[in-house]
Design a protein. Structure first.
Length: 255
C-alpha cells in the first residue's frame, strides 16, 4: 500500500548513475519534499529554474549558490516553504548513548550516526541543524530540546517530547510521538505527524500541512500562517498513521 503521508517520507540512500553514494547534505542539491515522495534535484545555475507547481523557482537566487535547499510542497503541488542551509556549519555526529547529549555550539550541523539513537539531544546554541535521512530512517528515542534561535530540525522521528524555547526555528518532515511546544516568535511546524499535543506561545508562528492527533493551542497576538492541518484519531493506539486513519482525518480549525 502506498503511504501518502506527510512526515512518513524517507530520503534514504541516493545512488548516482555511476554507482556512488551521494552525500546526504549536499551543497549541489535541492530536495522537493512532497506528500508521496522526496525528490532530489540538482540546484539550477544561472537563470535556470525548477518547475514546482505553477512556479518557476530559482533556489540559487533565493538561497545562494552551493547551498543545500529543502522545498516543502503541499498536496496541490504548490510551494509552502523554501528552507536554506547557507551557514558555514561545523559538522557533528549524534551518537547512540543514554541520557542527554548537550550540543552547545553555534552553526552546527548534526546528523544521526545510526538509524536509532538512544539519547535526548539538547541544542543550546544558535543556528543549529539536526538533519536526518527521513522519519523512518533517523529515529531518536529520547526528548529533543532547543534552547537557541534559528534551529532547523528535519527528517527525524522523535519518540519523546519536543521543546523549542527560542525564535525563528523550524520543525519539519518529521514524526513526533510526544508533545511539541514552541515558546517564541516566528517558528514553523510543517509536514509532520504529531501524536501528542502541539502548543505555541508567541507571535508570527506558522503551522501548516500537518497531521495532528492531539490538540493544537496558541497563545499570542496572531498567526503568520495556519492552514492545511488535519486532525486524526490513532484508533489502534500504535503511534502510526495508517492509510485508513489518514483518509478519515478532518480539517483542523486554527485556534
Amino acid at each position: 500500500m502506498k503511504a501518502a503521508l506527510w512526515g512518513l517520507l524517507s530520503l534514504g540512500v541516493v545512488i548516482s548513475a555511476c554507482g556512488e553514494e551521494e552525500k546526504l547534505f549536499s551543497p549541489e542539491d535541492t530536495l522537493l519534499i512532497k506528500p508521496e515522495q522526496v525528490d532530489r534535484q540538482k540546484t539550477p545555475t544561472g537563470s535556470d529554474c525548477l518547475n514546482v507547481g505553477d512556479q518557476c523557482l530559482k533556489p540559487q537566487e533565493l538561497c545562494g549558490q552551493q547551498v543545500p535547499v529543502d522545498i516543502l510542497v503541499d498536496e496541490q503541488g504548490q510551494v509552502v516553504e523554501v528552507v536554506c542551509y547557507k551557514d558555514n556549519y561545523q559538522e557533528q555526529t549524534l551518537t547512540d548513548q543514554e541520557g542527554t547529549s548537550n550540543l552547545s555550539g553555534n552553526h552546527i550541523l548534526v546528523t544521526p550516526g545510526s538509524q536509532t539513537i538512544k539519547t535526548s539531544p539538547h541544542f543550546m546554541g544558535n543556528k543549529a541543524v539536526l538533519y536526518g535521512k527521513g522519519p523512518q530512517e533517523s529515529i531518536i528515542e529520547g526528548d529533543l530540546t532547543v534552547s537557541g534561535n534559528n534551529a532547523k530540525i528535519r527528517g527525524v522521528t522523535i519518540k519523546g517530547n519536543v521543546s523549542f524555547m527560542g525564535n525563528e526555528s523550524q520543525l519539519m518532515h518529521c514524526i513526533i510521538e510526544g508533545d511539541v511546544s514552541f515558546r517564541g516568535n516566528g517558528n514553523l511546524l510543517s509536514h509532520c505527524v504529531v501524536f501528542g499535543k502541539v502548543s505555541f506561545l508567541g507571535n508570527e508562528n506558522r503551522v501548516h500541512n500537518n497531521y495532528l492527533a492531539g490538540a493544537l493551542s496558541y497563545e499570542g497576538d496572531n498567526w503568520k500562517s495556519c492552514a492545511e492541518n488535519r486532525t486524526f484519531v490513532d484508533g489502534d493506539m500504535n503511534l502510526s498513521l495508517s492509510e485508513a486513519e489518514r483518509m478519515e482525518a478532518k480539517t483542523l480549525a486554527c485556534p
